[in-house]
Design a protein around this ligand. Sequence first.
Ligand code: FAD
Ligand code: DHB
Length: 400
Amino acid sequence: MRRIQVGIVGAGPAGLLLAHLLRQEGVEAVVLEAKSREYLETSPHRIRAGVLEHGAKEILRRAGVGDRMLARGLGHKGIYLGFDGQLLHLDFETLVGKGIWVYGQQYLVQDLIRHHLGVGGEVLFEHEAVDLEDLHTPNPTLVYRTPEGRIGRLRCEFVVAADGSHSSFRRFIPGQRVHEKVYPFAWLGILAEAPPAAEELIYASHPQGFALFSMRSPSLSRNYLQVDPRERLEDWPEERIWEELNLRLGGAAEIRPGPLLEKSLTPMRAWVVEPLHSGRFFVMGDAGHVVPPTGAKGLNLALCDAAVLYRAMCAFYKEGEAHLLDRYTQDVLRHVWQAELFSYWMTTLLHTLRDPFEERLRVAKLRHLAESPLLQGFLAENYVGLHTTVRYVDLIPVQP
Ligand code: FAD
Ligand code: DHB
């Protein structure tokens, strides 16, 4: 049976970044990925997130995978809040001295794969991890199925589950508790060949519901509408989507419709698994915690976890020091619950609520935010990631 140091399940941003950082320290990591490389890199089902915190951009740059991100991504100083028919600009650089970077998750995954394979890293595509054996021994063993249907085994020193929100591996954490919140909304998302509504993102609050105007490039728009979780995609033809986006923008900016390249529905949920490790088994990213998308935190949290586990594994392999591994859950939960808090705050600030009392409180909160530099500072420091990725930039050595 093949022996390796670290076996990672899932070639998403969390698994790939960890594998790449470990590889640069000479630690042998193998990534098992159920899907094909082509699916990860091109499927419309993998478009997903678009906002990188200031610290996420820095971590990726330091890790040596940021060349295309820096060339093609869009640096934004802040965001717009749209409400009462006006646009309020929140200038993060003035408020907290940092901005954000707009770059699609699918491009980032392409970059991570290209760079990791380029330095001899190993990603076994179309290899589905199916079981974990000998969990509480020094050599947990990953069982996988090859594309030909054969069963193989990797005898590891550590196993990491980075297998996304539908994770089948997190079940291996014994005695776990799941803290969950179901929000009574879903997001209808579109990607369209159309110029974005503004040069920066607009988070628009309207009595009819929330709308988000984002982008992937100066000619590609990524927009979202708050909808009821029971809605069906077929009830939303193109024309209705553009009409609704226009209405919710409330005349604050102009949108020019264009052909849709993708349309999806995402229910809004949050949950956190505790603990996130057991012995030599660790859970990272969406496999361990999910946030509603309003604060744009999911992808950034996945990168935080990878940075924390990288530091802990380096301490183990370089200095024979295990205490950071023992603290993994504690360290990760700190940034996770901060992001849950912020995502909850943004979600309940911007989405139209059914309860009339709650709805009036929400409008009061929005008006308070418009007038209060202190509240704007709270939003800005969380949005750019002062409590999440920015905390971890210094853990990543700069690659030449
Ligand atoms: P993932 O990116 O999900 O990667 C997990 C990988 O594991 C996948 O490639 C999967 O194929 C693989 N895998 C699963 N099981 C196995 C197995 N048994 N064996 C081998 N491989 C396996 N975040 C935002 O910030 N903003 C957004 O707008 C946003 N939109 C989203 C829309 C959707 C539909 C989804 C699902 C997520 C969205 N997110 C968004 C969240 C963000 O995309 C995630 O937080 C991010 O992908 C987490 O990265 P990850 O590496 O933990 O997991
Ligand atoms: C995007 C998604 C988000 O959830 C968000 O808060 C901001 C931008 C996006 O896909 O561009």
